[in-house]
Each structure stands twice: as structure tokens, then as C-alpha cells.
Write a protein that binds this ligand. Structure first.
Ligand code: HEC
Length: 136
């Protein structure tokens, strides 16, 4: 490519962006600024929104299960009873619900206490068990 053509192209590109800048309205400018602003706002110390600290309430069984239990209980890794599998669960359910709850909350062999969800309440763990054995 000759130097002359290249110069002409650069000039054309410069001109078109200048035209763009001149024609953009404040409204369009704001919309563009909104689209390209960084993700996540920065807050100065003391100006953080207070709402962020409000607890969101207990997680439901499906959420706890999907985050903490599915890794072992969907595949049956290390002998974990599989979710929704009646053959795996019937002898365990026969122990009584208190035993199941107790083993899930306090741990049992390769079953880690609370399935490793250390900030789960007992009720959240019990809801996750309900989710795993639902319909059995
Ligand atoms: C690291 C793998 C792993 C994770 C994560 C895990 N489990 Fe388990 N779980 C096991 C294994 C293995 C067993 C079987 C233990 C045995 O019978 O020796 C088991 C057994 C159980 C039992 C039956 C206990 C009994 O008395 O028969 C319940 C209920 C249970 N898990 C609930 C949960 C819940 C609820 C979660 C999530 C909050 C969870 N588990 C997460 C591995 C896991």
C-alpha cells in the first residue's frame, strides 16, 4: 500500500470520528457512558449502601443442595446415596428422620458435617435433605 493511500485512510478515519463526536447528543453520550462504565461501583469509606448488609433470609433446600450437596449426591461419589434414588435411600430413611438429620448436620463417615456448608443453619440442611429425598 502506498504511503499516500495510507495517509488518506488515516485522514478519513480521523474525520469520521470527529464527525461522530460532533453529532452525538447528550442523551446518546449518556447512554454510551452508561454502557461502557466499569462493572461494580466504587464506594468511598462511609458511603456504602446500607441495604447490602441486610441478611437475605434462609436459602431453600434446592439452593443449598445445588451449591453444597450435588457434588457428591448427584453421582454417588464415595458411596453417597444418590438424589431421588429409592434403592439408595430406603434403608437410610428407615433409620428415622432424626438419624438422617443428625448425620447430615454433624457428619457421618465420608459425609462431611453440614456437607461443608459451614454457614448453613440446621434448618437449611434439613431443607436440602427434603429436596434430595422428595417424592421417595
Ligand atoms: C464430600 C461429599 C459429600 C457432600 C458434599 C455431601 N455429602 Fe451427604 N453423604 C456423603 C456420603 C459419602 C454419604 C454416605 C455416608 C455413609 O453412609 O457412610 C452421605 C450421606 C448423607 C446422608 C445420609 C446419612 C445417613 O444416616 O444415612 C444425608 C442425609 C446426607 N448425606 C445429606 C447431605 C446434605 C444435605 C448435603 C449438602 C448440604 C450433603 N449431604 C453433602 C457425601 C457427601
Amino acid at each position: 500500500m502506498s504511503r499516500k493511500i495510507l495517509t488518506a485512510l488515516v485522514a478519513a478515519a480521523t474525520f469520521s470520528s470527529a464527525t461522530f463526536a460532533a453529532n452525538v447528543s447528550q442523551e446518546q453520550y449518556d447512554a454510551i457512558a452508561e454502557r461502557i462504565k466499569p462493572v461494580g461501583d466504587v464506594y468511598l469509606v462511609g458511603s456504602e449502601p446500607v441495604a447490602a448488609a441486610v441478611p437475605t433470609g434462609p436459602r431453600d433446600g434446592a439452593t443449598v443442595y445445588g451449591t453444597f450437596c450435588t457434588a457428591c449426591h448427584s453421582t454417588g461419589i464415595s458411596g453417597a446415596p444418590k438424589t431421588g434414588d429409592a434403592g439408595d435411600w430406603s434403608p437410610r430413611i428407615a433409620q428415622g428422620r432424626d438419624v438422617l438429620n443428625n448425620h447430615a448436620i454433624n457428619g457421618f463417615n465420608a459425609m462431611p458435617a453440614k456437607g461443608s456448608c459451614m454457614d448453613c443453619s440446621d434448618d437449611e440442611i434439613i431443607a436440602a435433605i427434603d429436596h434430595m429425598i422428595e417424592g421417595l
